[in-house]
Design a protein around this ligand. Structure first.
Ligand SMILES: Nc1c(C(=O)O)ncn1[C@@H]1O[C@H](COP(=O)(O)O)[C@@H](O)[C@H]1O
Length: 163
């Protein structure tokens, strides 16, 4: 079986409720992915093995979701040359503000492409990954165009009472 181009990693099982939206978006675009739980805090050895080996495994893009003290995206980015898109998971205590600031304020030199908090960020991380992969995949570029057209077509011109 061909290697999935996208890795979706998350700090905890509890993040899956958010990160599954990235997975579903990749599904809709026909992009294979591998979803794994990897935590910089709780499974540091797993993180190092994953991040150092991700390119050799054949991944092309990494989506990393984490909440609270969200070190996972930045630590992953520090150990791989692959593009890393970070998704701040909405934490209970601070509504994801902590996750967002932990992920977005990287020091110059090690970038993480940071998305919005929660579901929107997860969906957009998948769409950004698709856009990167589509640069060298014309069939995927067509699927992405079609996805965006369907989205535009689904927006009515006027609001209705039915919502
Ligand atoms: N931020 C991180 C990391 C990490 O950055 O490596 N590992 C786990 N966590 C986060 O802890 C939160 C609570 O986790 P639990 O629900 O398992 O207690 C999750 O949102 C997870 O991403």
């Amino acid at each position: 079986m061909a290697q999935a181009p996208v890795a979706i990693i998350m700090g905890s099982q509890s993040d899956w409720a958010t990160m599954r939206h990235a997975a579903e978006t990749l599904d809709a675009l026909g992009i294979a992915y591998d979803a794994r739980i990897v935590s910089a805090h709780r499974t540091p050895d797993r993180l190092v093995a994953f991040a150092k080996g991700a390119k050799a495994e054949g991944f092309q893009v990494i989506i990393a979701g984490a909440g609270g003290a969200a070190h996972l995206p930045g630590m992953t980015a520090s150990m791989t040359p692959l593009p890393v898109f970070g998704v701040p998971v909405e934490s209970k205590a601070l509504s994801g503000q902590d996750s967002l600031l932990s992920i977005v304020q990287m020091p110059a030199g090690i970038p993480v492409g940071t998305l919005a908090i929660g579901r929107a960020g997860a969906v957009n991380a998948a769409l950004l990954s698709a856009a990167v992969l589509a640069l060298h995949d014309p069939a995927l570029a067509e699927r992405l165009d079609a996805w965006r057209k369907r989205q535009s077509d689904s927006v009515t011109e006027r609001p209705s009472d039915e919502g």
